[in-house]
Write a protein that binds this ligand. Structure first.
Ligand code: CP
Length: 360
């Protein structure tokens, strides 16, 4: 690494802007060692990751190909430390590990780990590093994965950390699968450029929106429209980045007008688990921020509908059978892009490229 986490004090590192933290988190060949936030990924790296994911999914189609993939990382073990609920992220990471032959362990409930006895997070994570070679972690606390990456890099057993969702802050691997879905969806539609992305729902507390909005700034002329009731509108931190990068954006509560202009509509759930007071979200009128048959009728024919899931009632079940509904494919894309990320983290990218070149 050109800059090393072991050579910088936590106070100094944590105070850096995200873009200045990035060099401390990458391997010498420019791929992530720790994956903590979306700002680590630029256009070239996203392209590299998507290409690798495409190759992996093609290789995995045959028994012999799947067996090749399963031999790639048999010498590594991954710990899934999820102290916040998850279905997709957890299961897709488990599947990604299985595809590459990585064995997994898990802690999903700190009430049955030694944290219950008062063990600190630092000691818990250092304990995991004694037995595993990668930690994939989801936590309700903002910045915890980052701190743990620093702790491990300053221990005698440094191992990589992948952030699988940290508080209301970042969900970098969700944004990777979102970008991958957009790239695949627009492959024959001019690519991911000159498009209008409409985000709708709880944009204030949805960490997937923060990460994806940033990643989209890597692509030319992507306009971003944020549609939400005022109390749930997107944060000023997201807008400040768009302003700084000269990305056109609009904040509005007119969902129907936005849908007519959309190339992709990204729906999100109301994240009431973050309410400060009981019933806070329920008091907000969200009825105009749902996607049903009426909204489908307004959507341009080549546009797509995305959702990080889980959903409640913000997308009607009737929408699922429309070919523009991309959220189920989006979910499966998560498994492939996470496989590619783990393959990169453990340095087996070249072997996979070579296998693909010789066999496809
Ligand atoms: N999209 C997402 O993070 O889903 P889970 O909470 O089920 O992992």
């Amino acid at each position: 690494m050109s800059k090393r986490l072991a050579n910088i004090a936590w106070e100094t590192f944590s105070a850096l802007p995200l873009t200045e933290k990035t060099p401390y988190l990458m391997q010498p060949d420019g791929v992530p060692y720790h994956t903590l936030f979306a700002q680590q990924f630029d256009y070239a790296l996203l392209d590299q990751l998507a290409t690798l994911a495409n190759e992996i999914r093609a290789i995995a189609k045959t028994r012999v190909g799947a067996e090749f993939l399963r031999q790639q990382v048999t010498h590594k073990r991954a710990m899934l430390y999820f102290s916040q609920p998850s279905s997709r992220t957890f299961l897709s990471f488990v599947s990604a590990c299985q595809i590459l032959g990585v064995q997994t362990g898990e802690v999903r409930d700190t009430a049955i780990s030694s944290e219950f006895k008062g063990e600190s997070r630092e000691d818990s994570v250092r304990t995991f590093s004694s037995y595993f070679d990668l930690i994939i972690m989801r936590t309700p606390e903002k910045g915890l994965a980052e701190h743990m990456a620093w702790v491990l890099s300053n221990s005698d057993r440094p191992i990589p950390i992948i952030n699988a969702g940290s508080g209301q802050d970042q969900h970098p691997t969700q944004s990777l699968l979102d970008i991958y879905t957009l790239l695949r969806s627009f492959e024959r539609g001019g690519g991911l450029r000159d498009k209008t992305m409409v985000f709708c729902g709880d944009l204030l507390r949805g960490r997937t929106v923060r990460s994806l909005s940033y990643l989209l700034t890597n692509y030319p002329n992507i306009r971003q429209i944020f549609v939400a009731p005022e109390p749930l509108q997107v944060g000023t931190d997201v807008l400040a980045i768009l302003e700084q990068k000269g990305v056109p954006f609009l904040r509005t509560d007119n969902f129907h007008a936005a849908i007519r202009e959309a190339d992709a509509v990204y729906m999100t759930r109301i994240q009431d688990e973050w309410d400060n007071a009981k019933g806070e979200s329920a008091a907000i009128d969200t009825s105009r921020f749902k996607f049903g048959p009426a909204e489908l009728a307004l959507l341009p024919p080549r546009a797509i509908i995305m959702h990080p899931l889980p959903r409640r009632d913000e997308i009607a079940l009737a929408v699922d059978s429309d070919p523009r509904a991309m959220y189920w494919r989006q979910m499966r894309n998560g498994m492939w892009i996470r496989t590619a990320l783990i393959a990169m983290t453990f340095g087996c990218e070249k072997r996979i490229h070579d296998y693909f070149r010789h066999n496809h």
